[in-house]
Design a protein around this ligand. Structure first.
Ligand SMILES: Nc1ncnc2c1ncn2[C@@H]1O[C@H](COP(=O)(O)OP(=O)(O)O)[C@@H](O)[C@H]1O
Ligand SMILES: [Mg+2]
Length: 285
């Protein structure tokens, strides 16, 4: 079994179940940068994620999405509020069972390891599997992200889009309970992006993988998510949570042409446009 507590493989959507404690909870998280001139980036972000859920996060550029993911992961200490993962605060640092795929892939891969070596590094905490099985699984993952034949190359020998796919494969390979993804598909071409979206959804469904996906692509947010969190302009707050009650498995053509998909897309785009014009900052839904 890939991970403990795998669930919901057959369910249509994984909407939050109020009877289950959340896997991840952010409670009024605040963060500012600077000493003389202070930039308030997170203005009290609160939400929770249930095990097995796929949550998309969208918001205006520069609103604090990366900062939020870093705070969720325990890599960045908030000024106020708290983040808990599996019932414990992440203040002590990134807990086991939580993995993050960084926006800046060029700095997150280990340059002295091959692409295969990087994916195996992601699996270093995976137990009960032999080294040979790990290699087999890592090779299969690299194949599924389209890197067949590039396993023995180093990250700096392949394109930016390919490096990002290595980083995604590494994140998936870690078999973490929670995968935080920061705009992971921004650097890949449209065809590959669609394939990677479906790969991620396939993994999420098969293993009940809980995911928080930050993306600037509103259509991607709707296509992928069980729920969308819309962030305000800086300082970021959650201005709206939208349940995406679209059936799964989703289809790149059918789903994207369906009326509910278009209605949610419209709602999110309108909200973001109104914030770009300076309205609705931090306003309640
Ligand atoms: N370590 C830092 N020091 C100072 N300012 C930062 C730091 N990290 C982020 N910021 C600022 O916080 C704001 C939000 O950044 P970020 O979280 O990267 O936004 P997003 O990912 O939504 O584009 C930006 O104005 C950025 O310049
Ligand atoms: Mg960012």
């Amino acid at each position: 079994m890939w991970m403990e507590g795998a669930m919901a493989a057959g369910s249509v959507t994984n909407l939050p179940n109020p009877n289950r404690p959340p896997l991840l909870a952010a409670d009024t998280v605040t963060k500012s940068f600077g000493t003389t001139s202070i930039t308030e980036v997170l203005g009290g972000v609160s939400f929770s994620v249930t095990e097995g859920e796929f949550v998309s996060v969208v918001g205006p550029s520069g609103c604090g999405k990366t900062t939020l993911l870093l705070a969720l992961s325990g890599l960045l200490r908030p000024d106020g509020g708290d983040v808990s993962f599996a019932g414990a605060s992440v203040r002590g640092g990134t807990p086991p069972g939580l993995a993050i795929v960084f926006q800046d892939y060029s700095r997150s891969l280990l340059p002295w390891k091959t692409n295969l070596g990087n994916v195996l590094f992601g699996m270093r905490r995976v137990n009960d599997v032999s080294a040979a099985q790990k290699t087999e699984r890592a090779m299969a993952l690299l194949d599924s992200v389209g890197l067949n034949g590039f396993e023995r190359h180093y990250p700096w020998q392949v394109s930016g889009g390919m490096q990002q796919r290595v980083a995604i494969a590494r994140g998936i390979a870690s078999q973490s309970r929670l995968l935080l993804l920061d705009e992971p598909l921004a650097a890949v071409d449209a065809q590959t992006r669609a394939e990677m979206q479906d790969l991620l959804l396939g993994i999420a469904k098969q293993y009940g993988q809980t995911c928080v996906l930050v993306t600037h692509d509103v259509e991607e947010a709707v296509y992928m998510g069980d729920r969308i969190l819309v962030l305000s302009n800086r300082p970021a707050r959650v201005v709206r949570e939208i349940a995406v009650a679209l059936p799964r498995p989703r289809d790149q053509i059918e789903t994207r042409e369906s009326a509910p998909f278009l209605a949610i897309r419209h709602e999110v785009l309108s909200l973001i446009r109104s914030m770009r014009r300076g309205g609705a900052t931090g306003a309640a839904p």
